[in-house]
Design a protein around this ligand. Structure first.
Ligand code: ADQ
Length: 470
């Protein structure tokens, strides 16, 4: 059975959040975040549809239109949310794919739910896709969908993009269902990753685990060719660049500085509260610099914005307690009345306010232990049209491949982190400008439109000619 959608996005979540307006009526609002910004314009241009979960358990919603997009909700029961989403996706795959920086939970009931929910997504996609339609499946929650969908609808062109890292073979091998996951992904014509290293990890795995032949970035599966390639995701450079051209953004940045007591230097971290982001490491380094007197009292403040996430997963609750303890300890030891050195906030900000924070920050500290890309680093660069500001960036973020002029650091090395944070604080304006100019050139060229266009071009040009090298 085929439907009428010629272009379909399949993602765990729909690109909208439910909000209640002033009259108490429920409405939908486009979700913040990179993926939606990147894909919504492509979807609107192609009059496509987006299939995903609406965010609440046990509800059966009809398809609806919002913001020029046709949205098709996929229902999930409370138990499925627990086992497929919080369980297999966020307690098994997330830590495993991030180099085991958290301990993965291998639970058979989670796997059962993952398969069941992936099948539901595939069946619903098969029903609405028009003959020969293009279907773009997103991220680690839906890795079985490509093969399930291909089985139901071999006529479709299927792309898959993984937003998080893909681990080295030695780690991936631990997964009891490793074979099924790789076979699931191989249902796609094109499997996209953030970094070239992730694509090579995947290709090596196809060879070792499934004994498949490959050449360059092509893997040969039965009579098909699957391409595995890197497409580093990016941000809407022009949108941010435009926001910071408005004088009110800089006025707000100056006001933020004032509110923080006009310190010489403001250091900033903006992250989802996640154990992969290295928040504890950067706070340790900052605390030690205060303790040793390398940073004088009142010289610098650290603003850490940490949006709580996945709070029903135990590791996330523990992390939150740990970070709160650490902030409390640093402030207890080093604060003066009314002037804490660490400002720790859970607030969710508008784009304009976030841009003002980026403009106010002398040093942006991005220190994940592992990260697929990290959009915050690219957003900071996009906002610094004044060519100032220093970016301290972990070598283990995908963004480090492109932002080579950042102050690169190994976040596990606390002494190294201290040194580089000081270096970034003390760098002279000419050096900062040189680094920032180069990074801005990169992000301006490889922006999010380019990412989506490159992926779609590769997917749509994937045809029989790919087999020439066989
Ligand atoms: P995340 O792990 O969520 O994304 P990141 O890439 O940094 O990480 O994106 C976070 C986004 O949320 C940014 O756009 C940021 O501005 C926004 N944000 C964070 N805190 C906020 C706050 N308090 N208020 C408002 N906005 C806030 C996953 C992968 C990444 C990959 C992206 C995209 O883990 O590696 O870069 O997907 O593929």
């Amino acid at each position: 059975m085929a439907g009428g959608c010629t272009f379909l996005i399949v993602a765990n979540r729909l690109p909208v959040d439910r909000v209640t307006d002033a009259t108490g009526k429920a409405a939908w609002r486009r979700s913040p975040g990179g993926l939606v910004t990147a894909i919504a314009p492509v979807l609107q241009r192609r009059h496509g549809a987006w299939l995903g979960w609406a965010g609440a358990a046990d509800e059966d919603l009809k398809p609806f239109e919002d913001d020029g997009m046709h949205l098709i909700p996929v229902p999930l029961s409370a138990e499925e949310v627990q086992d497929y989403y919080e369980g297999f996706s966020n307690a098994t795959l997330w830590p495993l794919y991030h180099d085991v920086v958290g301990e993965p939970v291998y639970e058979r009931s989670f796997w059962e739910a993952y398969q069941r929910v992936n099948r539901r997504f595939a069946e619903m996609a098969a029903e609405v896709a028009a003959p020969g339609a293009v279907v773009w499946v997103q991220d680690y929650q839906l890795q079985l969908v490509p093969a399930m969908l291909r089985e139901l609808r071999p006529d479709l062109r299927i792309g898959f993009f993984l937003h998080i890292p893909f681990p080295p073979m030695e780690l991936f091998y631990r997964l009891p269902w490793r074979r099924q996951i790789v076979e699931g992904l191989l249902g796609a014509d094109l499997v996209g990753f953030q970094r070239p290293g992730a694509a090579s990890n995947f290709i090596r795995l196809c060879r070792r685990l499934l004994n498949l032949k490959y050449q360059g970035n092509q893997v040969f599966v039965d009579d098909r060719v699957v391409r595995a390639q890197a497409f580093p995701i990016s941000v809407d450079f022009n949108e941010l660049d435009e926001v910071v051209r408005r004088p009110q953004t800089w006025r707000r940045a100056a006001q933020i500085r004032e509110e923080l007591g006009n310190p010489q230097k403001i250091l900033l971290g903006v992250d989802r509260l996640d154990y992969t982001k290295g928040i504890g490491q950067r706070l340790s380094a900052f605390g030690e610099l205060l303790g040793s007197g390398d940073i004088a009292p009142g010289e610098a403040v650290f603003v850490q914005i940490a949006t709580p996430s996945r709070e029903r997963v135990e590791q996330y609750r523990l992390l939150r307690d740990e970070i709160e303890l650490q902030v409390g300890r640093i402030n207890g030891e080093h604060a003066r009345l009314g002037a804490p050195p660490v400002h720790y906030l859970h607030t969710s900000y508008s784009r304009a306010e976030l841009a003002a924070l980026y403009c106010a920050a002398d040093v942006m500290v991005v220190t994940p232990l592992r990260d697929g890309m990290n959009l915050v680093a690219k957003e900071y660069v996009s906002c610094r049209g004044d060519q100032q500001g220093a970016l301290v960036l972990s070598e283990f973020a995908g963004a480090a491949d492109e932002l080579r002029q950042a102050f690169l650091v190994n976040p596990y090395d606390i002494d190294g982190l201290k040194k580089i944070m000081l270096e970034a604080m003390r760098a002279n304006p000419a050096e900062l400008a040189k680094r920032m100019r180069a990074m801005r050139r990169r992000v301006a060229t490889y922006d999010v439109d380019r990412w989506a266009a490159d992926f779609m071009d590769a997917l749509e040009s994937h045809d029989e000619t790919s087999r020439e090298g066989r």
